[in-house]
Design a protein around this ligand. Structure first.
Ligand SMILES: CC(C)(COP(=O)(O)OP(=O)(O)OC[C@H]1O[C@@H](n2cnc3c(N)ncnc32)[C@H](O)[C@@H]1OP(=O)(O)O)[C@@H](O)C(=O)NCCC(=O)NCCS
Length: 329
């Protein structure tokens, strides 16, 4: 258990630290009913994964001891879990925590349970020397937006999750001047591109670390393992001007009938003419894997990428505001 604070009581029920070994199954049920069809719509396997973990029962305590993966608070009422907030350390070095699975059973919403659970969680994080908390919320989720606003969260980015269902027509890849396949030796150029293409406010919250790009033996083994186990493969191409990478497209293919990914990165000063040919190139390359759908995530600050993907039959599944709250020390 990550938190061991005292319970926060209320007349109708109380908040207590979540105990994965005891609560995992109830939290899975709650998330299913609170989020409803959104989980299926976004292809989220969270509930199924939680139920598999719940089957471990008391063994979960041992697993969690090795790798703390779930913390936060539940709201208990008449011996039943009707609310949950999950908190995970996202970057222990900087004290950044991630909050997710904020859910109150529909029959208990609007009674202040969500707010009290969030307050208990934020206090728990602060006591664990957390310095800030990030979370994401649908742009159109008015109750949740209101809850987070009242607690002092502010928006630092909005991302659109896009999906392009259906098979891709097999196409030849377009000729894109200056384009070449990128390999592990290009990590420094990819790092520079990511830093240039990511909004400053986002990097203030989540700095782009060189170690996430530097090829290591561990990362190569992981890629090899993923490719061996599930046929998963990541391939990148970039447009270079001299030694400078101005734009890149990356695809993640995972064998026939899976959902593939396509992501674009373009330096701000080069935006406009490059997104469409990069998307076409990536989609043509993906056609070889026969995916049943292609997903992409784009910051709404990159309007040209959104436009290029929408012009290629991608539709927005949901738009997610990224919020942050700095905690008092
Ligand atoms: C979001 C959610 C957790 C809020 O829990 P809750 O217990 O109903 O919230 P509270 O009663 O503590 O109210 C918190 C704020 O939301 C507002 N709110 C609650 N229900 C609302 C509704 N249906 N419409 C508009 N605002 C609403 C309250 O007025 C309150 O704001 P206020 O303090 O300015 O008055 C709950 O609605 C829920 O589980 N929704 C489904 C899952 C979900 O969307 N989770 C959030 C994912 S980021």
């Amino acid at each position: 258990m990550i938190f061991a604070t005292t319970c926060v009581s209320a007349s109708e029920g109380f908040a207590r630290p979540a105990d994965p070994a005891r609560d995992m199954g109830a939290i899975a049920d709650l998330i299913e009913v609170a989020f409803g069809p959104e989980l299926a719509q976004t292809g989220n396997t969270l509930v199924a994964d939680m139920r598999s973990l719940a089957a471990l029962g008391p063994l979960l305590t041992v697993v969690e001891h090795v790798a703390p993966f779930v913390g936060g608070f539940v709201w208990e009422q008449d011996g039943r879990v009707v609310g949950n907030v999950t908190a995970t350390p996202e970057n222990p070095a900087t004290g950044r925590w991630f909050v997710s699975n904020v859910a109150v059973h529909p029959a208990f919403q609007g009674r202040g349970i969500g707010r009290r659970l969030m307050e208990a969680t934020l206090e728990g994080i602060r006591r664990r020397r957390g310095r800030c908390v990030v979370l994401q919320v649908r742009t159109d989720n008015e109750p949740a937006q209101r809850l987070y606003r009242r607690l002092g969260f502010r928006r630092f980015d909005t991302v659109a999750e896009l999906i392009r269902p259906g098979l891709l027509p097999s196409r030849t890849r377009p000729h894109v001047p200056g384009m070449r396949r990128l390999g592990s030796d290009d990590w420094q150029e990819l790092l520079d591109l990511a830093r240039a293409a990511t909004p400053r406010e986002v990097q203030q919250v989540r700095p782009i670390e060189a170690q996430a790009f530097r090829p290591t033996l561990g990362r190569r083994l992981q890629e090899w393992f993923n490719s061996f186990l599930s046929g998963q493969q990541t391939i990148r191409w970039g447009i270079l001007e001299g030694n400078r990478l101005v734009a890149a497209v990356s695809i993640l293919a995972q064998g026939a009938a899976g959902t593939a990914r396509l992501d674009l990165a373009v330096r701000p000063e080069a935006r406009g003419p490059l997104e469409a040919p990069l998307a076409d190139y990536g989609l043509a390359a993906l056609a070889d894997w026969v995916p049943h759908a292609v997903a992409s995530t784009v910051s709404t600050s990159h309007a040209e990428a959104l436009q290029a993907l929408q012009g290629r039959n991608f539709t927005t599944l949901r738009s997610l505001d990224q919020l942050i709250l700095d905690l008092p020390s």
